[in-house]
Design a binder for this molecule. Structure first.
Ligand code: ATP
Length: 234
């Protein structure tokens, strides 16, 4: 579904992605794990076309993403849920959700998708009329994911969805990611929570200073000595 091939990207003079190869097959949960500053968000921002790579390529269902602008990428079926939620704080929950279905391809399914996300997140239904900015971090993360689902994506890019959340909420968010995947959405997840993300991922990539240093099946990497030492404190 998604193929990143020898991607190189620099912010000004500073190269932060080096010859990055990554594949996501339809139906998978793939995770990219790595420390702060490894280049995880930058990889997602390249896929969404929010920044433009210098060399290499990214294709989505065989379409060359270099030819598309960010809003066109969303129409094609890729949505990014950004790090730090970035919901609209002055809008209510339902208004935030409606903003997610603004794109042409999602409009006809707006009501169906609202029902779907309210079933997934009953807490959002209860708080339908509450302003986004007045909700807890966990609720805002639910809203950010739900708003992403309102675009009716084929591929959802999740940037650090567990960041700053209490343990119970972290568990809930990882359960929800699996549920979204069961409902037919392919998932590319970037996370510093290496243990939880490797636990749910079909396949994983380990990123260090902008380079893929290891790739494999999620469970396999959990038992890998380098991963244990570098990320799990074991
Ligand atoms: P984090 O979890 O901290 O977001 P990350 O793995 O997602 O980490 P990136 O945010 O992709 O890492 O950052 C990769 C490198 O690029 C870091 O060295 C970071 O300082 C740098 N960087 C990120 N955004 C910019 C920017 N807008 N301008 C210049 N440098 C940037």
């Amino acid at each position: 579904m998604l193929k990143v091939d020898k991607l190189n990207f620099s912010y000004g003079d500073m190269q932060v992605i080096w010859d990055l190869d990554l594949v996501v097959n339809a139906g998978e949960i793939v995770t990219v794990v790595g420390a702060n500053g490894a280049g995880k968000s930058t990889t997602l921002r390249n896929i969404s076309r929010l920044v433009k790579w210098q060399s290499g390529s990214i294709s989505f269902n065989d379409a060359d993403l270099a030819k598309f602008e960010p809003h066109e990428v969303v129409e094609m079926g890729i949505v990014q849920v950004p790090e730090g939620r970035k919901i609209f704080p002055e809008m209510t929950v339902i208004e935030n959700l409606r903003m997610g279905s603004f794109i042409k391809s999602a409009r006809p399914k707006r009501d169906e998708n609202i029902d779907r996300v309210f079933t997934m997140f009953p807490r959002l239904k209860e708080r339908e009329k509450q302003l986004g900015g007045t909700m807890s971090g966990g609720e805002q993360q639910m809203l950010a994911i739900a708003r992403g689902l309102m675009t009716n994506p084929k591929l959802i890019l999740l940037d650090e969805p567990s960041l700053g959340l209490a343990p119970l909420m972290v568990k809930f968010i990882f359960d929800i990611i699996q549920e979204i995947n069961r409902q037919g959405v392919t998932v590319l997840l970037v996370e510093q929570n290496v243990y939880q993300s490797l636990r749910i991922a079909h396949r994983a990539y380990v990123l260090e200073t902008g380079r893929v240093v290891m790739t494999g099946v999620g469970e396999e990497l959990l038992n890998n000595d380098h991963v244990k030492k570098a990320f799990l404190g074991m």
